[in-house]
Unconditional design. Structure first.
Length: 285
């Protein structure tokens, strides 16, 4: 893919992500009276406080963009300039669309709004993440910890949102807070399912073509491998086993390549929760 096509795809996905975010917040989240968690949840919480207690209606853009100043600084310093610039585009466009898109009734069922609103939100965030951007707020923080600590941090962000939802529950009723937890849970699960950059898999490969398989792994993933020599108990023959940890999104391509090299290779692939040591990380930009 040429640079122009890559940037065009990046801009398209970010625009679609921002459009989905704006539609979701102005329509479903508003209709359900939900607090989505993260900085969007903080923004809506502040809006509700000013509207309920001070009778002042604040624009979403007026709150959400300033809240993102510190995350944007983190992005510029640690995650890459292009990543941050595209994320700023999503933040600004999504905020403006939230304010200007007309709200209309889709359904009055708050449970349906919580589930499908969460799915739409997770899809919007994933569209941005897939092309090297994010929707702002806690997304920046989650990616920062994932890059620095080598862990998949989305569930930790979900846990931190309990504080926001607890505050919303105390001020505006826990029924809205509980529905908001469902919304946030659905968002997190969609991201976990569709975006696997910070998830890792371990491969154990028994093959008679260890050198060729190793070159395949290194060429496709830039990750290394360790070769073990052993004895197959069934035939009492010497066997070679490669051990390698790669990104979860790379597993299908690697397995396909291995099978093309050695159709009789035995491959055991399993999820790795955390690693400590050198591990190649594809840059964001």
């Amino acid at each position: 893919m040429t640079r122009t096509k890559k940037e065009g795809k990046r801009l398209l996905f970010c625009t679609l992500g921002a459009l989905l975010m704006g539609f979701n917040l102005s329509t479903l989240v508003s209709a359900g009276g939900l607090f989505p968690g993260g900085f969007a949840g903080v923004t809506i919480l502040i809006q509700e406080i000013f509207k309920t207690f001070f009778h002042i209606k604040l624009a979403y853009t007026l709150i959400y963009i300033p809240l993102n100043m510190i995350p944007i600084f983190i992005g510029l310093k640690y995650l890459g300039k292009r990543f941050t610039i595209y994320s700023m585009y999503v933040i600004v466009l999504g905020s403006i669309l939230t304010d200007i898109l007309p709200a209309f009734d889709v359904t009055a069922d708050v449970l349906l709004i919580s589930v499908f609103g969460g799915i739409i939100n997770g899809t919007a965030i994933t569209l941005c993440l897939l092309v090297g951007a994010c929707g702002g707020g806690t997304d920046f923080i989650s990616i920062f910890f994932s890059e620095r600590k080598g862990i998949d941090a989305w569930n930790y962000i979900f846990a931190s949102n309990v504080i926001i939802l607890g505050t919303a529950g105390i001020l505006f009723g826990f029924d809205r807070a509980f529905y908001s937890i469902i919304y946030q849970f659905c968002t997190t699960q969609v991201i976990q399912l569709m975006f696997k950059r910070y998830q890792k898999h371990t491969l154990l490969i028994i093959t008679e073509k260890a050198d060729e398989v190793y070159e395949c792994i290194r060429a496709l993933t830039h990750h290394d491998a360790t070769l073990f020599k052993g004895t197959g108990c069934y035939l009492n023959e010497e066997k070679s086993m490669l051990y390698s940890v790669i990104g979860s999104e790379e597993v299908p391509r690697v397995i396909k390549c291995i099978k093309e090299i050695d159709c009789h290779a035995f491959i055991n692939s399993f999820k790795t929760e955390q690693i400590d040591g050198r591990f190649y990380k594809r840059p964001n930009d």
